[in-house]
Design a protein around this ligand. Structure first.
Ligand code: TA6
Length: 308
């Protein structure tokens, strides 16, 4: 079973409008709500790939109840910790030419006893999982090294971890030695100070991230594919061109593909194909953290992997 961690989940609301006009009032019939936050997008995609998933994190208030209800419908096993605060809402507003703006609420303040309750729940349940994904921002009241604590617990039980977070939380937790980290281009550039302008630079930046503690690094370059470097090997992934509908959630969907690929015992090339196919499929869907398994299967045949 795959475990996901979403310390700062969200009710994701998507709105499609005709165009962005400052000061205007936009009415729309094209909108949706979903259980979001990166790790819950991962959880949904894992389920859509037909695998079992247990989700850890913090949930509170009416938005937290909405998410719990959505997870029940998706048959995601809840290992969530109830909190006093209220789970946040994140907005994604998209116009007709595909431009978008995301508004991400900071989220609730988490109390120390709520953090301790999550850690003890995680420690107790860890051996049920064969891989753990850890995604998204760290909520207020929680120390930046929380992901390192979770990775340490997983490593002690020989369970692989996939870390997908950004900025301070990323650097702070690399030293716990996550099995895979999945920074995007901007995150790699801000962490390493190296511009992603050439393959040589990308490889040098990836090696710098490995020196900081990660076992493997997957650098996603959107339509340009992915570089994957680490103990599993050194690969460049080339992906087919598609019609972009909504890229939000594609990183989360590729994390789900990595987790399912490893959980199913695929070889690294099979894992890379599945991970990238999930990211592309999500970008072809209007909903966030959503894939079409038939499209994913078709895409895996069209993805090329070359050794570096
Ligand atoms: O990647 C998309 C997304 O997961 C949205 O679902 C939205 O919830 C946002 O990112 C949350 O990001 P954060 O980094 O705050 O956890």
């Amino acid at each position: 079973m795959i475990g996901t961690v979403t310390l700062n989940p969200a009710v994701d609301r998507r709105y499609n409008i005709d165009k962005f006009e400052i000061g205007s009032v936009k009415r729309t019939k094209n909108y949706s709500a979903s259980a979001g936050g990166k790790g819950l997008n991962v959880s949904r995609v894992v389920r859509m790939l037909g695998e079992e998933v247990g989700a850890f994190g913090f949930l509170g208030g009416s938005t937290g109840d909405y998410i719990l209800n959505e997870l029940e419908k998706l048959e995601v096993k809840s290992y969530f910790t109830k909190i006093q605060g209220t789970t946040r809402t994140c907005l994604n507003i998209i116009d007709e030419i595909g431009d978008n703006i995301e508004i991400l609420e900071k989220g609730p303040i988490i109390e120390e006893e709520e953090v301790n309750s999550l850690l003890s729940k995680f420690k107790k349940a860890i051996t049920k999982f064969d891989i753990i994904t850890i995604s998204g921002s760290i909520p207020l009241g929680v120390k930046d090294n929380i992901y390192g604590e979770l990775i340490h617990i997983a490593n002690k039980n020989n369970i692989k971890t996939i870390l997908d977070t950004s900025k301070g939380a990323f650097i702070e937790n690399l030293k716990a030695s996550p099995y895979i980290v999945k920074p995007n281009k901007e995150e790699v550039e801000s962490i390493t100070g190296i511009s992603m302008c050439s393959e040589e630079n990308i490889i040098t930046a990836a090696e710098k991230i490995l020196e900081l503690g990660a076992k493997n690094v997957a650098i996603s370059l959107g339509a340009e594919g992915m570089y994957f470097i680490g103990v599993e090997g050194r690969f460049k992934v080339n992906i087919p061109k598609i019609e972009l509908v909504n890229a939000v959630g594609s990183g989360d969907s590729s994390v789900a593909g990595f987790a399912v690929g490893f959980s199913q015992g695929l070889d690294i090339e099979g894992v890379l194909k599945l991970a990238n196919a999930c990211g592309i499929s999500n970008a072809m869907e209007k909903n966030t953290g959503f894939i079409d398994p038939v499209v994913v299967k078709d895409l895996t045949e069209k993805i090329e992997i070359s050794s570096l």
